[in-house]
Write a protein that binds this ligand. Structure first.
Ligand code: ADP
Length: 483
């Protein structure tokens, strides 16, 4: 596969491709076979220090570039990404497992962040000039980049998680140290190559791939030179990193876990609800923080919904993401699959009925079949654990207040899905759900032009939308006497 040969496998620091200290490397494997695809550089703390130094050195000049110049770099990168859709999709499928059709969809989604932020780069303004209420002073407001940023991404959307952070950082004039997930470094290295081709100056983006995230990241967060952390990953790791940020008061954006409720009322269009469930559950094999984790279906339609969902789930083709006609690829790694198995066993042990799936196939690869569980006991572990796999757990309800109470009874608050025909109920329930995003009669909310993010322990800040760039900017206020 030529894309695997062509993709850079070294660290990208100060505009150069470099080996890690002592030539350390780490393997990247194919989740569909378990076979090792290649080795990439495995950065240690000294490599990270060099990357930080490059980002710090480049910051002042980069902050002074014309917004239009930054915008055009992003626009060129957007076009290059789209022109390489097939190669990038294949690279993602190889290291992450998702079916090629989904990987192509991710390329378009990922590229769109660059187009969106190329458009935002030229619209940064402080929004204020005027006389203050006391009449004695004037105020001038301007906005400037927050400074060198550390970007940490997960493996589930290898390209889009990178562009969602790098896009606004470039637009705002920030330099970066980017640490992608160890499972999917290749896509991030390919992205660095594309940005270089698009004209990004040396040192603005530095990429450190590593299997030793804790050793590499902590010194950067405690060192006082990184001014901003943008993290997407688990709530558990997010908490650790927030604590590390506290030392030098690093500004933090956090996109953490979710536990999305998917609520189907008795007046819902069941066709739309089943379609929505397929997307909200099965996009990315269920390996998304927006994945529907708990299905609450009104008791009058629950049986029909469950049977129809099980039929659709059972018809999906499971196999290597590179094969034609495959709908569901492998899960990312053995630990990810073992967690799904344990959660299903726990729910079944508490009386859940398996309508389809539920058994791990023999053979290589980390495959797990689309699974529907009905009659799930609310005490089951999957009610308060992100499943991160193709398992739909269905419970029933009768009363609106009750379902809202149960849906909100979780420390997470990323997204919720609501299916109902009534406008009043749509708005009433959406407003009462403790979540940052609601899919109203739809199973897909993610869009680069909309603010993505959660409340409670699902995170801090928003990515995308008009506000996405705010995370990378600081206000400066100038006071001047009126004379
Ligand atoms: P997941 O369970 O989806 O892999 P994680 O939160 O473990 O989510 O990982 C998300 C990102 O955080 C990855 O890039 C990973 O390498 C990084 N990471 C994990 N642990 C730490 C840590 N202790 N310090 C810094 N980064 C970490």
């Amino acid at each position: 596969m030529s894309i695997l040969n062509d993709v850079p496998k070294q660290l990208f620091i100060g505009g150069k491709w470099l080996d890690a200290e002592a030539g350390a490397t780490m393997p990247v494997d194919d989740p569909a076979t378990g076979e090792i695809l290649c080795q990439v550089a495995d950065a240690g703390p000294e490599d990270a220090r060099l990357a930080e130094e490059a980002a710090v050195a480049a910051q002042e000049d980069w902050a002074r570039t014309a917004p239009r110049a930054r915008s055009e770099i992003l626009r060129r990168a957007y076009e290059i990404i789209l022109s390489r859709t097939d190669e990038l999709a294949l690279l993602m499928t190889s290291e992450m497992g998702k079916p090629l059709a989904e990987a192509r969809g991710e390329v378009a989604y990922a590229a769109e962040f660059f187009r969106w932020f190329s458009e935002e780069a030229v619209r940064i303004d402080g929004g204020g000039y005027g006389v203050l209420p006391d009449g004695r002073n004037r105020m001038l407001l301007t906005r400037r980049p927050v400074g060198p940023c550390l970007l940490i991404t997960p493996w589930n959307f290898p390209l889009a998680m990178g562009t969602r952070k790098i896009g606004p950082a470039i637009a705002a004039g920030c330099t970066m140290v980017f640490k992608p997930a160890p499972q999917t470094p290749l896509t991030s290295l390919a992205l660095a190559g594309i940005l270089r081709e698009a004209g990004l100056p040396d040192g603005v983006l530095n990429v450190v791939t590593t299997s030793r995230a804790d050793k590499v990241v902590e010194p950067l967060l405690r060192g006082g030179r990184i001014r901003k952390l943008s993290f997407t990953g688990s709530t558990q790791v997010g908490r650790i990193l927030l604590a590390q940020c506290a030392d030098t008061v690093v500004r933090a954006s956090m996109e953490l876990g979710g536990n999305a409720p998917f609520i189907v009322f008795d007046d819902a269009d069941l066709d739309a609800a089943v379609d929505g469930a397929m997307i909200a559950k099965m996009r990315n094999m269920g390996e998304a923080c927006t994945a529907a984790n708990r299905f609450f279906v009104h008791s009058s339609v629950a049986d029909e919904f469950a049977v129809r969902l099980a039929e659709r789930m059972g018809a999906l083709v499971v196999g290597p993401g590179t094969h034609d006609g495959v709908d569901v690829g492998p899960l990312i790694d053995d630990a990810g699959r073992a967690k799904v198995e344990e959660l299903v066993a726990d729910a079944v042990g508490r009386g859940a009925r398996v309508l389809v799936g539920g058994a791990t196939p023999d053979g290589p690869g980390r495959f797990y079949p689309p699974t529907v569980l009905a009659g799930v006991d609310p005490a089951s572990r999957l009610m308060d654990t992100e499943i991160f796999g193709p398992v739909a757990a269905i419970l029933t309800f009768d009363d609106e207040d009750e379902v809202i109470r149960v849906a909100n009874d979780t420390p997470w608050g990323l997204v919720g899905y609501v299916f109902t025909a009534g406008l009043d109920r749509s708005l009433r329930v959406s407003e009462r759900l403790e979540v940052g995003m609601v899919g109203l009669n739809t199973g897909l909310v993610s869009n680069p032009a909309a603010p993505f993010g959660g409340i409670k322990q699902s995170g801090l800040g928003r990515e995308g939308g008009r506000v996405g760039i705010d995370e990378f900017l600081e206000y400066q206020y100038l006071a001047m006497p009126v004379k």
